[in-house]
Structure formats: structure tokens, C-alpha cells
Design a protein around this ligand. Structure first.
Ligand SMILES: [Zn+2]
Length: 247
């Protein structure tokens, strides 16, 4: 058993990934939902690439202009990625606060999937959780919906967005999709060795988290332990996902 296999807890057969593409709406979404998993993957030799749908230019603090926020948030996400060992980040350039799961977004995500060729895509849940309204930001739902459509069927179907073929982007089939912030989790990652780096990555998002830097480590630890209780792994920090078999 590889070290990584022992850290992935599921009730089903879950193939180990070799290349992972994480696609989210905003800078810091990856770090809240999956930084521990990203660090754990990288520790075990899995390549991880990020796709950011927006630049986070409608975030806090409100006294910064959108261009200033865009610049801060690019550099913060780059720093947070470096802490986890991720250096390849693709910015898709859609507007923060205005993401819709339309054909333009599905095309952009399909192009990225065809370029990166991952065997696992991680994204946000397209299903609203009425008990966790912050996790169900409209941009997150739209991103989750568009990524799910891109994983199946767009990226694998040569007839979807034929213009991508002309760009040299051949169809690519992603066999697994993991959803963050799902109400129906079935896959749990033990992030014991990565929790400190998850917190460090979150604190690298200074524009978003400096105001709560004192309380954030305890909050993240509490979330990770609540996930562990649901997974039956009490006492070990955990990140949880809904794994979807798309084959
Ligand atoms: Zn977000």
C-alpha cells in the first residue's frame, strides 16, 4: 500500500490520481476546501495544477479598486500555491460576482481540461447547501456546474466546441470528479501532515484573512475535526469530498 492510499478513506474503489486539476471560482477557495489534500497529493508525487475562474476582484476589502484587488489576489494565490508545492496556475479571467454556467465558461474549462489532461478534477459543489450559505456562493455553484458539464460531456466529446479541435485541444476524458463542500460526502482525506500548511496557505491571502488571522487557525482545525467525526476518523484532521465516477 502506498502512503497516499492509506490517507484516502472511502467506501468505494478510488483510483490514485497522478495529475490533478483543481478549478474554483475565487482565490482562496482552494485553500479553504482542499489545501490539505493538495499538499498531501504533492507530498506523494502527484502533480497538481490550479484553474481560477475569476481574479477575485469583487472581494474584500471594499476600499481597494478591482484592478488593485486583482493584483493582490494573483500574488496571494501564487504565494499560497507555492506553500503547497503548486506553481502552475491558470487564470480564466471571468468577472468575480458574475459567474454563470454558460457555454463560454464551459468552453474555457473544457479547453483547460484538454490542455492539462488530469485524471482527477476537483471543483465546488453545484448543489446549494442551505446550511452553509457562504460555501454556496452563486459563483461557486456556477463554477461547479460548468466544471461538471466540462468533465462530462464537453471535454471528452469531439463534437462539443469544435473550435477547440482547431486550436489543437484534443478530447480528454477525466474519470473522476471530486466536489468540495458537498452535502453528500463519500471520500475523506487525512490531512494530519498538511494541516499546518493549509493554515499557512490561507494566511497568505492577506487581503481576505488578515482581519481574522488570530481566529482562523482554530476555525480551520475545528472544521477539519468535524469532517473527521463524519468520516469516523475522530481526532485526525480531514477534508471531505463527494467523489463522482464519470466513466
Ligand atoms: Zn469563493
Amino acid at each position: 500500500m502506498s502512503g497516499l492510499e492509506s490517507l484516502i478513506h472511502t467506501g468505494h474503489d478510488e483510483p490514485l490520481p497522478t495529475k490533478v486539476l483543481v478549478i474554483v471560482a475565487h482565490p482562496d477557495d482552494i485553500d479553504f476546501g482542499a489545501a490539505g489534500t493538495v499538499a498531501t497529493f504533492v507530498d506523494h508525487g502527484v502533480e497538481v495544477v490550479y484553474g481560477l475562474v475569476t481574479d477575485g476582484d469583487a472581494g474584500e476589502p471594499a476600499h481597494y479598486s478591482p484592478p488593485e484587488l486583482r493584483e493582490f489576489r494573483h500574488s496571494e494565490q501564487t504565494a499560497a500555491g507555492a506553500i503547497l508545492g503548486v506553481t502552475e496556475i491558470h487564470w480564466l479571467g471571468f468577472h468575480d460576482g458574475a459567474v454563470v454556467a454558460d457555454l463560454d465558461l464551459r468552453r474555457a474549462i473544457s479547453r483547460l481540461i484538454r490542455q492539462v489532461k488530469p485524471d482527477l478534477v476537483i471543483t465546488q459543489s453545484p448543489i446549494r447547501d442551505l446550511d452553509r450559505i457562504y460555501a454556496s456562493h452563486p459563483d461557486h455553484l456556477a463554477t461547479g456546474e460548468a466544471v461538471t458539464c466540462a468533465v462530462y460531456p464537453d471535454a471528452r466529446n469531439a463534437h462539443s466546441f469544435p473550435e477547440l479541435l482547431h486550436e489543437g485541444c484534443e478530447p480528454h476524458s477525466v474519470p473522476r470528479l471530486w466536489l468540495m463542500a458537498s452535502t453528500e460526502t463519500n471520500t475523506y482525506i487525512d490531512i494530519t501532515d498538511a494541516l499546518d500548511r493549509k493554515i499557512e496557505a490561507l494566511l497568505a491571502h492577506h487581503s481576505q484573512n488578515d482581519a481574522r488571522a488570530e481566529t482562523l487557525p482554530a476555525m480551520i482545525t475545528e472544521w477539519a475535526e468535524a469532517n473527521a467525526d463524519r468520516a469516523g476518523l475522530a481526532g485526525r484532521p480531514v477534508e471531505s469530498f463527494r467523489s463522482v465516477n464519470t466513466e
